[in-house]
Write a protein that binds this ligand. Sequence first.
Ligand code: SAM
Ligand code: SF4
Ligand code: F3S
Length: 455
Amino acid sequence: MGLKRNPNLMLKKIFIKTFGCQMNEYDSNRIFDTVKKIGFEKTDKYEDANCYLLNTCHIRDKAKEKVYHEIGRVKKIFRSKKKPIVIVAGCVAQAENQEMLRREPYIDIVIGPQSYHKINDAIQRHTNNKKKEEETEFDTILKFNYLSKIKNKNSKVSSFLTIQEGCDKFCHFCVVPYTRGPEYSRPFDQIINEAHEIVQSGAKEIILLGQNVNAYSYEDKNKKYKLSDLLLELENFNEIKRIRYTTSHPKDMTDDLINVYKKSTKLMPLVHLPVQSGSNKILKLMNRKHTIEEYLIIYERLKKINVNVEFSSDFIIGYPEENDDDFKNTMELIEKVKFTNSYSFIFSPRPGTVAADLDLVDKKKSKERLEIIQKKLFNNQIEKNKSLEGKTVNVLVENRMKDGIKLFGRTEYMTSVIFDGDLENIGKIVQVEITSSNQNSLFGKLKESYKQKVA
Ligand code: SAM
Ligand code: SF4
Ligand code: F3S
């Protein structure tokens, strides 16, 4: 569009607040790469912003109310100042669209996750004519074509890279198929080019993202590419030390992907494979399209290929019709698989989904079950962390802690490690001797012989 360059925009500052999953984090970075083109700088101080963007999540209840609450806060902050342009992006924007503009006049632009290529036009039109803007089409192909021409400037040691978006699975509890749209896989070359960009900016670990990342499938005239092809291609990048992917669906855990765990030296041995429940009855009611037996076959096959593989998962507690036996099955599955680094939430009915109006499990019962499962999962984590005390672990060093003294990194299993070290260790894999631990983190010191060594 032949938009006039507004000289005032050259001084504009954007504050971006991100809720939700890793894909929203990736999106927020790409939104920033995009608005930079029309003169925005990033600010960490919301008071300084002339553009306030909320990147929202719709996965559980009160998501919508949280957004209005946040806008209320922004209103207060800017009461005696010039109003910033207020943008609501992400999954709530997609789900609520026009309704948000009607309910809260302080919002200027509502933009859904598959329309970010239109954000600059929307901001500029709004700046020129002060009209409200709403962009919620599912233009995924156009979005990625547009974004692929804008350099990904993310300079984190561990960087996200979206390879797939949307979902066609329609689990009965989940809003994602409605907020992110149909499954779409980005072209193989586009992804590899973007991987080169983030590696040039300093990435040492790449985390491939998708709502169904292992459903990735892209065909050009030469070949049909799957997630396993991407993983093996990234393996050839000298600069990349570690590769991860999230989130997978058990149904798409195909042989080629499982076999990468045999060949790859860079694919990390933590498999995040959400199971949601240990009961076949509940899985069926959820429309999860797999059984516990099938899940366990994946578990056993992966363990056989690589004994170091461990599993993390997501659990939904108190799904309609979950009884004590169903819950017991979930607990038994946790005992068997020994999940670490996992998430559990009480079922939250989402408008527009099949499970929205089902009879809920008694609230008190659900809370009790959540407490039990979390205790179990936390204990697994505490025990695992304790077992590492006195041992040496490989840590990819990500940054300096806020205290300005300690360094922060992660083990191969994503556990946080905090230790003393020099800035020159950032971006390297070092060996850390673990001296103590708690549920969330390991603490230690750089192994003497590793102090000067680089990975
Ligand atoms: N695609 C992934 C999969 O198939 O498992 C999950 C993506 S979803 C963004 C992340 C997690 O949110 C899910 O695994 C599920 O545990 C949780 N979740 C989704 N909808 C929920 C709901 N209505 N109530 C509670 N938790 C929910
Ligand atoms: Fe949601 Fe994942 Fe199910 Fe898709 S597969 S509907 S993203 S839980
Ligand atoms: Fe939330 Fe949308 Fe991610 S609903 S979890 S931000 S895909």
